[in-house]
Design a protein around this ligand. Structure first.
Ligand code: NAD
Length: 367
């Protein structure tokens, strides 16, 4: 098999800083585990605007379509706030997601034991939490037509349309069931079939797809109850499957159960390519954090954990993904913290690169 390929797009602000740290982990994987990638690097967001006058150059997009996986840092920053909407850094990221047709957004909510006190919930509710939200990303209320603000009977009306085809539901449901097969084999699908026709169709199609995955347990829940259950008893879930709008809200809600933005990875997956791997973009949930950029304060863990997701979901290297995740867990257990993870006054945070030093030391110790 060919050497797997990876396109790295650091982006702006701390995106560049955390990606430099991931590059060290990738290098370690090559040296010590003989896990090698053809790595390409390019610009996106503000950095691409500075270089090309556009936040995503066509050649970058073409490369993204060609490689096995894309790893992105973050885009944006105050320098670009006054640019025309069409060339804002975020447009580059949105175009990338759209052109790659990444319809399944995976947002894990995993509570590292050492950070359980960061959660807004009690330790005994979140300790050991490991759930995954699969959110449909390319359809539903954010894209459905008609949409707009119209004039009707002398007043303005704002309209968005919740619209799903069977095919759109089918493919994201398959992603969720496939994922569940690698985890604890439970999917809970969330919609509002009690009040929305799109929810009724969602439930029917998910139930039909389930027939192809008899080893996976399927349950259905109304999304409002789902929100309640996520804060009441989140450990009851393994994989949550939901649409674009509900997923937007539920994934942020679940993420906050686990503490800091600096710890949250994500993946967006599309259709399988010729080699069977899904089109894939991995990125931390956080933005470019201009308030701390250039100060060696950024927590690299979210980006390192995004790389771990790439190992698992694009390259089928679950063992190496576990190795990276466990190294991060052990670093936290030892009390090593960047500033965003500090709880006690007076303790001293480590720098971005020192955090990676300890992750690498733990990786080394895992051999
Ligand atoms: P942000 O996520 O960049 O920062 C929010 C807060 O969290 C800040 O105080 C920041 O210092 C902190 N933070 C974030 N990541 C951290 C990390 N890894 N380590 C330590 N602290 C961290 O969100 P924002 O401030 O609303 O947005 C800043 C810029 O990022 C904007 O231009 C926004 O458009 C862009 N943005 C980009 C993405 C993306 O690229 N996916 C996502 C969100 C925001």
């Amino acid at each position: 098999m060919n050497t797997p390929s990876l396109l790295i797009l650091p982006g702006d602000g701390i995106g560049q800083e955390v990606m430099d740290e991931v590059a060290r982990v990738i290098e370690w994987m090559g040296d010590k585990r003989d896990v090698r990638f053809d790595v390409f690097e390019d610009v996106v967001g503000g950095a691409a605007y500075d270089k090309h006058g556009t936040p995503l150059h066509d050649a970058t997009l073409a490369k993204a379509q060609e490689v096995d996986a894309v790893l992105l840092g973050a885009v944006g920053g105050p320098k670009y706030d006054n640019l025309d909407f069409s060339v804002k850094p975020e447009r580059g990221l949105l175009r990338l997601r759209k052109e790659m047709d990444l319809f399944a957004n995976l947002r894990p909510a995993r509570c590292f034991d050492a950070l359980a006190d960061f959660s807004s919930l009690k330790r005994d509710v979140v300790s050991g939490l490991d759930l995954m939200i699969v959110r449909e990303l390319t359809s539903g209320s954010y894209f459905g037509e008609p949409r707009g603000i119209f004039e009707e009977n002398g007043q303005r009306v704002g309209i968005n349309t919740q619209r799903y085809t069977e095919a759109e539901i089918d493919r994201v449901a398959r992603s969720a069931f496939e994922l569940a097969m690698r985890r604890n084999r439970k999917v809970c699908s969330m919609e509002k079939a009690n009040v929305m026709e799109s929810g009724i169709l969602w439930r029917e199609v998910v139930t039909a797809v389930h027939a192809d995955y008899p080893e996976v347990g399927l349950s259905h829940m109304y999304a409002d109850n789902g929100a309640m259950q996520i804060v009441r008893q989140p450990r009851q879930f393994d994989v949550i499957l939901t649409d674009n709008l509900f997923g937007d809200i539920l994934s942020d809600c679940a993420a906050m159960l686990t503490g800091s933005l600096g710890m949250l990875p994500s993946a967006s997956l599309g259709a399988p390519m010729e080699n069977g791997r899904p089109k894939a973009l991995y990125e931390p949930v956080h933005g470019s954090a201009p308030d701390i950029a250039g100060q060696e304060k950024a927590n690299p863990c979210a980006c390192v954990l995004s790389f771990a997701m790439a190992l698992r979901y694009s390259f089928d290297m679950g063992e190496e993904a576990d190795r990276v995740e466990n190294a991060v867990e052990r670093v936290l257990a030892k009390g090593v913290r960047t500033e965003d993870l500090m709880q006690t006054e007076g303790s001293v945070p480590v720098s971005t690169s020192a955090m990676t030093d300890t992750i690498l030391a733990e990786l080394q110790a895992s051999l």
